[in-house]
Design a protein around this ligand. Structure first.
Ligand code: NAD
Ligand code: ZN
Length: 358
């Protein structure tokens, strides 16, 4: 039986980010400096004026064109070591999934020897991480609540996080004011990540009552948000922030299904970002999830969002082979969704045909 850890502290509400100073003040530690990882979108933003910055703090802006790579995490660690700033009072990450995952990975690496790629897997992190605070600025991935931080090792092509209890944030600040400026398309693509992984886990065979309860509530909130007239109203941005958090908790207790492995294939072979990749995958998911397929496209239509189509329709045999390998490698979710004989159901021809239909 699993022994599960949750986020210990969170503060939620409009303007909650103003609590950051007080939270940092309460934290006692040998050193006083704080390391910030902030989504590059906020580089010249008024958000910076709200932060309780001190002279000896360091700010790094995280690019989001590429999703996190193990090499980026190692570089961030190296900079801190060179500056003799590798034992901060706290790491604070402010941004989307990419930035939140960067903060988690660096916090683990600062207290553990070796490189980021040494910890891709389950429970490989040996020492507790640096104390860390996560502040999401876009809702949906659940990265704020999960025990992993997704990174790609470019040398091996492995896209896998440091799954560990030490990866969980110590403190979250959930401030729905911060998601006001997200572009509408991105808001939808990222937001439905929580809808997708929640229905994947509810349709799987490895279930448990806690995961189910979180997933059901995340789905109910997503319906309220995406079937309403304006998914980005004040009230809906609050709801989606909670749906994302619940979705992250759901996945910590269960597994995803067919969508995420195919989306991971797109990501590894065609560099498609995670959330838009899930949406593109949905184009071909009617046979696996008929009810959710219909509801998903109703939501997109209601919000006036176009889901891209055709990115994998005309590829070479070699590319389809790579896509097949990068999809089928995700055994746990595929067994969860399709059973132990999933490889008989997802033959190379079948997988190719699914990618062509996206
Ligand atoms: P992201 O971090 O990739 O950011 C998406 C875009 O939104 C970027 O251009 C960013 O600059 C912009 N943005 C973010 N906040 C904004 C704001 N308030 N206003 C304007 N623009 C804003 O977004 P994401 O979709 O949240 O995260 C995807 C990443 O999360 C991937 O790297 C994926 O692997 C990872 N992920 C992690 C987990 C986990 O459990 N750790 C789960 C799912 C996905
Ligand atoms: Zn996801």
């Amino acid at each position: 039986m699993k022994n599960s850890k949750n986020i210990l502290y969170y503060t939620f509400g409009k303007g909650a980010i103003k609590n950051l100073g007080a939270i940092l003040n309460e934290k006692k530690s040998k050193n006083n400096y704080v390391i910030y990882y902030i989504d590059e979108y906020f580089k010249e933003n008024e958000l910076l004026d709200v932060l309780p910055l001190q002279q000896e703090d360091e700010i790094f802006f995280v690019q989001t064109k590429d999703e996190p790579k193990t090499q980026f995490i190692n570089q961030f660690r190296d900079i801190l070591v060179q500056k003799n700033k590798n034992n901060p009072k706290a790491i604070v990450a402010i941004g989307g999934g990419a930035t939140l995952d960067t903060g988690k990975a660096v916090a683990n690496l600062l207290t553990n020897p070796g490189n980021a790629e040494d910890y891709q897997g389950w429970d490989l992190v040996k020492n507790p991480a640096i104390y860390k605070i996560g502040i999401p600025t876009i809702s949906g991935t659940g990265a704020e609540a999960s025990r992993t931080c997704v990174m790609t090792n470019e040398k091996t092509g492995l896209k896998l996080g440091m799954n560990s209890d030490y990866t969980l944030y110590d403190q979250l600040i959930l401030d729905p004011n911060l998601t006001k400026t997200v572009p509408r398309d991105q808001y939808f693509y990222t937001g439905v990540d929580t809808y997708i992984h929640s229905f994947e886990s509810l349709n799987g065979k490895y279930r448990n009552a806690i995961g189910d309860a979180y997933a059901r509530q995340a789905i109910a909130l997503c319906r309220e948000v995406f079937l309403s007239d304006d998914m980005m109203s004040d009230e809906n941005r609050e709801k989606l922030m909670i749906a994302s958090y619940f979705g992250g908790c759901a996945i910590a207790n269960s597994f995803v299904g067919v969508v995420h492995p195919f989306s991971a294939g797109l990501s590894v072979v065609l560099d498609t970002h995670h959330c838009i990749g899930n949406c593109i995958t949905m184009n071909a998911m009617e046979e696996f999830y008929p009810k959710e397929y219909e509801e998903f496209f109703t939501m997109a239509q209601k919000q006036g969002i176009t889901i891209p189509k055709g990115i994998a329709s005309h590829l070479t045999q070699e590319e389809y082979k790579k896509l097949y390998d990068a999809t089928i490698i995700h055994e746990k979710p595929l067994i969860n969704a399709l059973g132990n004989d999933f490889k008989e159901k997802l033959t190379f021809e079948k997988v190719t045909e699914i990618f062509q239909r996206m």
